[in-house]
Design a protein around this ligand. Structure first.
Ligand code: KG4
Ligand code: ZN
Length: 349
C-alpha cells in the first residue's frame, strides 16, 4: 500500500506491506515553519504540502527499494483535517491512481491513529492488538475513547466536550512562554521539575468517559498569573519571563493533571468492557509520562498495552497505510469523486 497523509502540518508518505510492515515512512514536518506564527496558518500549510509532496514520494520509494509494479493500492487521508491540506494529498493520490491504474482508498485520519498500533518496523515483530480492545486517541484536534469488537468497527465511549488534549498542551505551552508545539516543550520543561506544590484541577465529569480540558486551561491561566505576580513580573509583558524552576513546576503540574484523567478513564473503560488489549495513539501519545503511567496501570491489571513508538503516534503516512490495507482487504474502494471531509467523524455512541 502506498499511503499519503496531509491532513494537518506533516506531509507523510509511506509504503506498507500487509497492513503491518513499514518498508518506508517519510515525514516532512512543517513544525519549524509554523513556529514563527505560534500555530498553523492553513494557507501556509497547504502550500508547504504542495512544495514537499513529490520529494517525499521520491524519498519513500528510494527508502523502500520497491517500484510501482509492487503497489496494490493507494491510501489517502480524506478527513478530518484542514480542507486545503487534505485536498493536496487527495488530488495527488487521485493523479497517481489514475496514471498507474491503481485502486484508491480514502482513509479516516483518526482510524489511522488507531491502526498505528498494528505497525512493525523492518525486522521487528511487535505485539499485535487483540479484540475486544479499548483505544484512546489523543491528538492536537481530537481526544476520544473507543471500543472495538473487531477490525474497522468502533463504539464511541467518550470524547472531549471542548478542547482536545493536544490543544490544551499547545495553549498552556504558550501561556508558559514555551515554543510551538506545546506538547513536547511541556514534556521537556516538566522533566526538570523539582517541586510539586501546585495542584491543577481534574475534570472527571462524573462516571462518563467524556473529557474536558477547557477548565484546566482557565485554571492554568490563573495559576500562571499568580506565579507571575509572586515573581514580581509585570502583567502582559511577554518579555518578562517566569523563572525556569517555576515553568518546570507548572508544566509538570499541568501534564500530571492531563495524564491522570486520560489514564484513569482508559483503565476504567478497559475494565468495564472486558478489553483484551489497550491501544494508545495520536500525537499526545508521544508523551513519555502518559506512556509510562498507562503502561504501569495496564501492567497492574494484566492487560497488554500497545503504544507505537513516538514517531508513529504523531501524524505519518504509515498509519494511513495500516488502516488503508484493512479497508482494501475488506473490498473498499473510493471513486475519483473522493472529496475532503474536514469534520469526518470516526465513531458514534
Ligand atoms: O496527531 P498529531 O501529530 O496531529 C493531529 O492529528 O492533531 O498531534 C499533534 C499534537 C500537538 O498538540 C502536540 O503538542 C502534541 O500532539 N504532542 C505532544 C507531544 N508530542 C506531540 N503532547 C504531549 N507530549 C508530547 N511529547
Ligand atoms: Zn493526527
Amino acid at each position: 500500500m502506498l499511503a499519503i497523509e496531509s491532513s494537518c502540518d506533516e506531509t507523510g508518505i509511506a509504503l506498507v506491506a500487509d497492513g503491518r510492515d513499514i518498508l518506508a515512512d517519510v515525514v516532512a514536518s512543517q513544525v519549524a515553519l509554523h513556529a514563527a506564527t505560534g500555530g498553523i496558518v492553513p494557507e501556509v500549510a497547504a502550500r508547504a504540502h504542495l512544495r514537499w509532496i513529490v520529494p517525499v514520494l521520491d524519498a519513500a520509494f528510494a527508502d523502500a527499494g520497491v517500484g510501482w509494479s509492487d503497489i496494490d493500492g493507494i491510501a489517502v487521508t480524506y478527513g478530518p483535517g484542514l480542507a486545503g491540506s487534505l485536498l493536496v494529498g487527495i488530488n495527488f493520490a487521485k493523479a497517481l491512481a489514475w496514471v498507474h491504474d491503481l485502486p484508491l482508498i480514502g482513509v479516516n485520519h483518526l482510524e489511522g491513529h488507531v491502526y498505528a498500533a498494528w505497525l512493525a518496523d523492518r525486522g521487528t515483530d511487535p505485539l499485535q492488538p487483540v479484540f475486544p480492545l479499548v483505544a484512546l486517541v489523543v491528538s492536537g484536534g481530537h481526544t476520544f475513547l473507543v471500543s472495538m469488537a473487531d477490525h474497522l468497527t468502533y463504539r464511541l465511549l467518550g470524547t472531549t466536550v471542548d478542547d482536545a488534549a493536544g490543544e490544551a498542551f499547545d495553549k498552556v505551552g504558550r501561556l508558559l512562554g514555551l515554543g510551538y508545539p506545546g506538547g513536547p516543550a511541556i514534556q521537556r520543561a516538566a522533566a526538570g521539575a523539582t517541586r510539586r506544590d501546585v495542584m491543577f484541577p481534574r475534570a472527571w465529569l462524573g462516571d462518563s468517559y467524556d473529557f474536558s480540558f477547557s477548565g484546566l486551561k482557565t485554571a492554568a491561566r490563573r495559576i500562571v498569573d499568580a506565579a507571575r505576580a509572586d515573581e514580581g513580573l509585570p502583567a502582559g509583558d511577554p518579555e518578562a519571563r517566569l523563572s525556569d524552576a517555576t515553568v518546570a513546576e507548572l508544566a509538570d503540574g499541568f501534564q500530571a493533571s492531563v495524564v491522570d484523567v486520560l489514564v484513569t478513564k482508559t483503565m476504567r473503560a478497559a475494565e468495564e468492557t472486558g478489553a483484551a488489549s489497550i491501544v494508545l495513539g495520536g500525537g499526545v501519545a508521544a508523551n513519555a509520562v502518559l506512556r509510562e503511567r498507562l503502561a504501569a496501570e495496564a501492567d497492574r491489571c494484566g492487560v497488554p498495552l500497545i503504544v507505537p513508538r513516538p514517531g508513529l503516534c504523531t501524524d505519518n503516512g504509515a498509519m494511513i497505510g495500516a488502516a488503508g490495507a484493512r479497508r482494501f482487504l475488506a473490498g473498499e474502494r473510493s471513486g475519483f469523486d473522493l472529496d475532503a471531509r474536514p469534520s469526518l467523524p470516526l465513531a458514534r455512541r
